[in-house]
Design a protein around this ligand. Structure first.
Ligand SMILES: *[C@@H]1O[C@H](CO)[C@@H](O)[C@H](O)[C@H]1NC(C)=O
Length: 488
C-alpha cells in the first residue's frame, strides 16, 4: 500500500492518491478477521485444538456443578466482557446478531475465508446455550455472581470466585431472556441449515420450546435472576417477543409466528437505538424485508413496522427529523456508557437495510422530499466504521490489535494479566489488583479485535480503570462482523 501511494505521489496523480487513501488505507479484511478472533479470547470451557488465541487456556471446567446437581454441565460459552461472568441475555443477543451477520453477508464471508470462523463462533455459543436449556421450561441465564466477580481481578484460568448458577423456570419467568435465546437459536438454525442440517434442526427445537416458554410464562427475567438485573436489566420483553417471532417465522415459515408479529400490540414506534435491551428496530427491519419482498401487505401494521425502521435509519444517517447526535469528529453518539455498541448495531441494521433496498430496487423517503438511496446508507456506515478503525481526531484505532495506534490498557482481566502459559503461579483475587490492575503498563496480552470507544469529545483515556469506555463486550462485535464483511 505504501509503495502504491508513493508511486501515486511521485507521478503527481492526485486522483490516484485519493484512491490510495480512501480505498487502500483501511484493511477491512484484517479488521474482519480480528472481529471474530475477539470471541476466541472470550471463550470459557475446554478450548478446542483449533483455538487461535494462544495466551488463553481452559477455564470454568466445573461450571454448572454444585451440591444439588453434581453432574450438571454448564461448561463453555463466552465471558461477557472484561469480567468472568457468563450472562445469557447479552450472550444470546450476540449469537442472534452473529447469525444475522452470517446469513446476510454469507458470500462476502466465504470470499474472505471467514465463514467457517463465523460459524464456529456461533456454535461455541449455541452449544453452551443448549446446555443451559435442559428442559422446555428451564433456562440458565447466568454463571458467576457480579458482586464477587467484580471484587476480584483474576485470569479466567484461575478464578476463585463462586460460580453460582441462576435460572428461570415456570415458577420464575423471564420472557425477555427466553425469547432472546429463542431468537438466537432460530437465527443460528438458519445460518447452519446449508452446512449442518441436523444441527440446524436441533437448534430449531430449542427455539420453539423457548418461544412457548416465553409466551406462557410472561415476566421480566431480572425478577427471577436479580443478580443479572444488576448488570443487564431488561426494560421490557415485548421487543424480544416480536423479534423472536420474526426470527422463528423466517426460520420456519409457520403462520403462527407471523400472526404473533401481526397481532403485537406494540410495534415499537421510532426507536432511539438498537441494543441488547431493545430489539424493536431489529424486528422492524425483519418485517420491512417481508414488505419489500411483497410477502406481507404494504399497509396497516406492516407498513408501520417498515416506516419505523426507516425513520430510525434516517435519523442515524442524519437525514431524519430527529437525527442521532454526533461527536465533533463524526461518531454517532447515543449514550455515555459503552457508546460504541450502539454505533455497531445501528451500522449493522443500516447496512442490511441497504442490501434489502438494493435487492428490491427500492429507496427510502427520509425527511424532506429527496429519496435516500442504498448508497447513501452505505456511505454513512462507512464513516462510522472508518472512525472506529482510526479515521478520527485522535488517529486511534478503537479496535485492539488493529493498526499501529490502539488502546493498550483495556479493562479486561484476562488480557491485563500475564498468560497462564507463561506463568502458572495463581493470581489471587486481590493480588491481581496490586500486580496487574494498577500497573501503568500495556496489557501483556493483546486481545485482538476487542472494540472500545471514545468519549463525547472524541477523547480517550487509555487506562485500565476506564471501564465505561475501555471495557470490550460481546455485544459490540457481533454486528460489526457483518458490516466489516460488507466493506472487506
Ligand atoms: C492525525 O493525523 C493527521 C493526518 O496525518 C494529522 O494532521 C493530525 O495531527 C493527527 N492527529 C493527532 C492527534 O495525532
Amino acid at each position: 500500500m505504501v509503495v502504491i501511494c508513493n508511486l501515486c505521489a511521485i507521478f503527481g496523480l492526485s486522483i490516484f492518491f485519493l484512491w490510495c487513501q480512501g480505498i487502500a488505507s483501511i484493511d477491512y479484511k484484517a479488521a474482519l478477521t480480528k472481529s471474530l478472533l475477539f470471541y476466541e479470547g472470550q471463550r470459557s470451557g475446554k478450548l478446542p485444538v483449533n483455538q487461535r488465541v494462544h495466551w488463553r487456556a481452559d477455564s470454568g471446567l466445573k461450571d454448572g456443578q454444585n451440591e444439588e446437581n453434581s453432574g450438571f454441565d454448564l461448561v463453555g460459552g463466552y465471558y461477557d466482557a472484561g469480567d468472568n461472568l457468563k450472562l445469557g441475555f447479552p450472550m444470546a443477543f450476540t449469537i442472534t446478531m452473529l447469525s444475522w451477520s452470517t446469513m446476510e453477508f454469507n458470500k462476502q464471508l466465504m470470499a474472505k475465508k471467514e465463514l467457517l470462523n463465523a460459524l464456529y463462533t456461533i456454535k461455541w455459543g449455541t452449544d453452551y446455550l443448549m446446555k443451559a436449556h435442559p428442559e422446555a421450561d428451564v433456562l440458565y441465564g447466568e454463571v458467576g455472581d457480579s458482586d464477587s466477580d467484580h471484587k476480584c481481578w483474576e485470569r479466567p484460568e484461575d478464578m476463585t470466585t463462586p460460580r453460582t448458577v441462576f435460572k428461570i423456570d415456570d415458577q420464575h419467568p423471564g420472557s425477555d431472556l427466553a425469547a432472546e435465546t429463542a431468537a438466537a437459536f432460530a437465527s443460528a438454525s438458519i445460518a447452519f441449515r446449508p452446512i449442518n442440517p441436523k444441527y440446524a434442526y436441533k437448534l430449531l427445537v430449542h427455539a420453539k420450546q423457548l418461544f412457548n416458554f416465553a409466551c406462557n410464562h410472561p415476566g421480566l427475567y431480572q425478577n427471577s435472576i436479580p443478580a443479572a438485573g444488576k448488570v443487564y436489566p431488561s426494560s421490557g420483553y415485548e421487543d424480544e417477543m416480536v423479534w423472536a417471532a420474526a426470527w422463528l417465522y423466517r426460520a420456519t415459515n409457520e403462520m403462527i409466528y407471523l400472526d404473533y408479529v401481526a397481532k403485537s400490540g406494540n410495534v415499537g414506534g421510532t426507536r432511539s437505538m438498537v441494543s441488547w435491551d431493545d430489539k424493536f428496530v431489529g424486528a422492524q427491519v425483519l418485517v420491512a424485508k417481508l414488505v419489500l419482498e411483497g410477502k406481507v401487505e404494504a399497509s396497516g401494521k406492516w407498513a408501520e413496522y417498515k416506516s419505523n425502521a426507516e425513520q430510525f435509519i434516517c435519523n442515524c444517517i442524519q437525514k431524519g427529523s430527529n437525527n442521532v447526535r454526533r461527536t465533533a469528529g463524526g461518531l454517532l453518539w447515543f449514550l455515555p456508557w459503552d457508546n460504541i455498541q450502539y454505533v455497531t448495531t445501528a451500522s449493522f441494521v443500516t447496512t442490511v437495510y441497504s442490501n434489502y433496498l438494493t435487492a428490491n430496487h427500492a429507496s427510502i423517503q427520509c425527511a424532506g422530499a429527496q429519496m435516500t438511496k442504498p448508497s447513501d446508507l452505505v456511505a454513512s456506515v462507512q464513516s462510522q466504521v472508518d472512525y472506529i478503525l482510526g479515521s478520527n481526531p485522535r488517529n486511534m484505532s478503537y479496535m485492539v490489535g488493529f493498526g499501529s495506534n490502539f488502546p493498550q490498557q483495556i479493562h479486561h482481566r484476562g488480557a491485563s494479566i500475564v498468560s497462564i502459559k507463561k506463568d502458572r503461579n495463581p493470581v489471587t483475587c486481590k493480588g491481581g489488583f496490586d500486580l496487574w490492575y494498577y500497573k501503568n503498563a500495556p496489557n501483556p496480552n493483546v486481545l485482538d479485535g476487542a472494540v472500545v470507544g471514545p468519549d463525547e469529545n472524541d477523547g480517550y483515556t487509555d487506562s485500565r480503570s476506564n471501564y465505561q469506555l475501555g471495557e470490550p463486550t460481546l455485544v459490540t462485535n457481533a454486528p460489526l462482523v457483518g458490516v466489516l464483511a460488507h466493506f472487506a
